[in-house]
Design a protein around this ligand. Structure first.
Ligand SMILES: [Zn+2]
Length: 434
């Protein structure tokens, strides 16, 4: 078994690992970079007009045989529906087999429509947690993980009598901690290589609040607020949306979500106990932001608009009951919010990674709301493992080699995971192990 990390040994984002035997090749994740080589923010708009060949020579696309042309012995495996793990798939040849979770494909499909992308997954194959599958002479077992993306997986990969475990992105303080317990109990020990994410290494070393603690913080905030509660969070962070829904129920508030989030919840409700606009969840109402409604309607996707018409709430209705409403918002809704009553004395809750605040539109959005008299508050916990959780994974797997990935702080691994051999490699370096 040989492997190569194309991107991720010294950065977060753009994850891509190639693993191959004599006859077969699998590529795990195919992410959009988050940073340029000089660590400035990567702007995906700058690569729009380039060909695959040009993007390979620029170092944006990894140079991997079989991904961009039809080759039967190459497959792509996706861990979860975050763009830094799948965002380059539009360049993959349509005949290339893509293995992913069923809900992950659903999330990519919805995001593709609502954010106007051209992601396509034609030759797909769905896997299930704990069930091994083979591609050529490589065996892959997916393990469901607790992460801010719904349906996120780690993978145990075996070939030529060797084993490699790819942690993907995970945590142990969300709403799926049982997934980690199940994994800990069932996984075999002493893998040859553990490719371990280290997103949060470099941040303050303390344990992160759990999603249930976050829920309580929402409850306490809603209780004290005299105006409307607006929350900016990701429409795909299901754990967070569940926390907010539960907090609304506990404080008897109406939860107003837009029809994008309504569609996400409805499609995912098939995969778990997820609340969505329906008779069973009368607290949830749906609003229709002007710009988004027009875009979806122009593209002929009216079904996505009208399927929630029975649960509609208008801007006027929200204004009439502003002190009983919690509304999920994002910067593109600035115009819709201009006329909503109850912003003054209300609370604006920022519930995602602080890094996004640097974006111009986000900054302008927050300035607008604060200018209207809203109080800004942050309620958030990371989608990634804290140091204790990372150590737990190392203890569970007892790897012969620990390889830093998805981190800016790979040099720290030696100091943190003492007693485990750390193999520090560079992007594009081949590790041969036959
Ligand atoms: Zn992720």
């Amino acid at each position: 078994m040989n492997f190569k990390i194309h991107r991720g040994t010294k950065e977060i984002g753009g994850s891509c690992v190639e693993i191959w035997s004599k006859s077969t090749r699998v590529v795990v994740d195919f992410g959009m970079p988050l940073v340029n080589p000089d660590k400035t923010q990567f702007d995906s708009r700058t690569i729009k007009n380039f060909s695959v060949k040009e993007l390979i020579s620029k170092g944006v696309l990894p140079d991997i045989k079989g991904l961009y042309e039809k080759l039967e012995n190459t497959a792509l495996i996706l861990s979860h529906a975050h763009q830094d793990h799948f965002g380059l798939i539009k360049y993959v040849d349509e005949n290339c087999k893509i293995y992913l979770g069923k809900a992950t494909q659903e999330l990519i499909k919805i995001a593709n429509i609502f954010t106007n992308q051209d992601w396509k997954i034609s030759n797909n194959q769905h896997f299930e947690s704990g069930k091994p599958f083979v591609f050529g002479d490589i065996e892959i077992t997916p393990y469901l993980m607790d992460h801010s993306a719904f349906d996120a997986y780690a993978f145990l990969i075996k070939a030529d009598g060797k084993s490699l475990f790819y942690s993907g992105a995970f945590r142990v303080h969300g709403r799926k901690t049982k997934a980690f317990d199940w994994f800990s109990y069932n996984i075999e020990k002493n893998v040859d290589y553990l490719l371990l994410e280290g997103t949060t290494i470099g941040r303050v070393n303390k344990s992160f609040p759990t999603e249930s603690e976050i829920e309580t913080e929402f409850v306490n905030t809603f209780k004290t607020s005299k105006g409307i509660n607006l929350i900016y969070t990701s429409g795909q962070n299901i754990d967070r949306l569940v926390s907010i829904y539960r907090a609304c129920k506990r404080t008897e508030k109406t939860l107003a979500i837009d029809f994008y989030i309504a569609n996400v919840l409805k499609e995912l409700s098939e995969f778990g106990a997820i609340p969505y606009p329906s008779k069973n969840f009368p607290e949830i109402k749906v609003f229709f932001p002007y710009r988004l409604s027009r875009m979806i309607s122009n593209k002929g996707n009216e079904r996505l608009l009208y399927r929630f018409k029975d649960y509609k709430i208008t801007k006027e209705q929200i204004g009439e009951q502003f002190d009983k409403t919690v509304m999920i918002v994002r910067p593109s809704m600035l115009k819709d919010l201009e006329y909503i009553k109850g912003l003054e004395n209300g609370i604006f809750i920022y519930s995602m990674w602080d890094g996004y605040k640097k974006e111009k539109t986000t900054k302008r959005f927050i300035d607008f709301l604060v200018g209207k008299g809203m109080t800004e508050k942050r309620i958030h916990t990371s989608g990634h493992a804290d140091r204790d959780a990372l150590k737990r994974m190392v203890e569970v797997l007892k790897p012969k080699n620990l390889v830093p990935i998805h981190t800016f702080e790979g040099d720290e691994y030696e100091n943190i995971f003492t007693g485990t051999k750390v193999l520090r490699i560079n992007d594009n370096e081949v590790v041969i192990n036959n």
